[in-house]
Design a protein around this ligand. Structure first.
Ligand code: R5P
Length: 299
């Protein structure tokens, strides 16, 4: 099976191909002067079964179109089974209509993806499990939390698990149970207009503890910065953050570096841009390539 990559996460595509000992197909990605994208599959022979890796990050709108064009080009080159590996499903945050007049954007994007008819979708830690219901093609929904759990078990570095909001409650309750640690719940408020995050209260014993804050993604960094600073003010000894998807929004890495964050763990569902590399806070990056390769093997 050849693996093809869009432009957003080539390093992950390379790692997946290496894990499976599959070749990485050649593709030329370019842009017309009017900003239309152009895809050219440069393989003489395209396998009947292929996989396409593309995270809907960086510029998610461009990433989605690029993905659709690549799937279409591969089908026209003879691929029958096209497995779409979308490590970060951009737009999955917009899984509800929060205010009357808004679009159900996650549903619209699901329809766009399905218009080019991939055979299967493999994705990691969707913002909400129920988004799977927007798709009518088979989906493999993977979780990166076993990577974090293994790390914590090995390093014995945590005294409590923190849910930074109610949305994280289900997963953090499960993780606290697996690690046999107490759960601390943060009551957070977000202004829908400005996006500003305020921490209202925290329930649970935190004084002198080493806290593991777990979340599915970082966008503006507001949730994590406010949470770690609040916890430190309330006497937490060490703050360790584990998040599956860092969206690498411009300036956020610098913002996190200025916070009271002590240890920062993420995965490689999104590629770190150059701008984020120079900051004082170096994230420890755990690769999802192994779990994705395993899922591909089992298809
Ligand atoms: C909330 O439901 C999410 O799981 C994240 O906690 C959050 O919204 C991340 O966004 P930001 O980094 O902008 O606070």
């Amino acid at each position: 099976m050849q693996i093809f990559s869009g432009s957003t996460n080539k390093s992950l595509a390379q790692k997946i191909a290496k894990e499976l000992d599959f070749p990485l197909g050649k593709v030329e990605l370019s842009e017309f002067p009017n900003h239309e994208l152009r895809i050219w599959v440069k393989e003489k022979k395209v396998d009947k079964e292929v996989a396409v890796v593309q995270s809907f990050a960086g510029d998610p709108n461009k990433a989605i179109i690029e993905f659709c064009l690549l799937v279409d080009a591969l089908r026209r080159c003879g691929a029958h089974h096209i497995h779409a590996i979308i490590p970060w499903m951009g737009y999955c945050i917009q899984d509800k209509i929060f205010r009357p007049g808004e679009a159900l954007s996650a549903r619209v994007v699901a329809d766009i993806i399905q218009a080019v008819k991939p055979t299967t979708i493999i994705t990691v830690d969707l913002h909400n499990d129920s988004i799977q219901g927007f798709f009518s093609i088979p989906m493999v929904h993977l979780s990166a939390t076993p990577l974090f759990i293994e790390y914590v078990k090995k390093n014995n570095s945590v005294d409590c698990v923190v849910a930074p909001d109610v949305g994280a409650l289900k997963e953090t309750t499960r993780i606290a149970h697996v690690l046999d640690l107490p759960l601390v719940i943060v009551n957070k408020k977000r202004d829908l207009k400005t996006g500003e995050v305020t921490i209202v209260s925290v329930s649970g014993e935190i004084m002198g503890k080493r806290a593991l804050i777990m979340d599915d993604f970082i966008s503006t960094g507001g949730t994590l910065v406010q949470t770690v600073n609040y916890l430190k003010d309330k006497g937490v000894k060490k703050t360790m953050v584990a998040v599956t998807h860092h969206l690498f929004v411009e300036g956020v890495q610098k913002k996190l570096a200025k916070s009271a964050l002590d240890e920062f763990h993420i995965t490689d569902t999104n590629e770190m841009p150059e701008e984020a590399k120079g900051t004082r806070l170096k994230p420890h990056i755990m690769s999802v390539s192994g779990i994705i390769a395993e899922a591909l093997r089992e298809l």
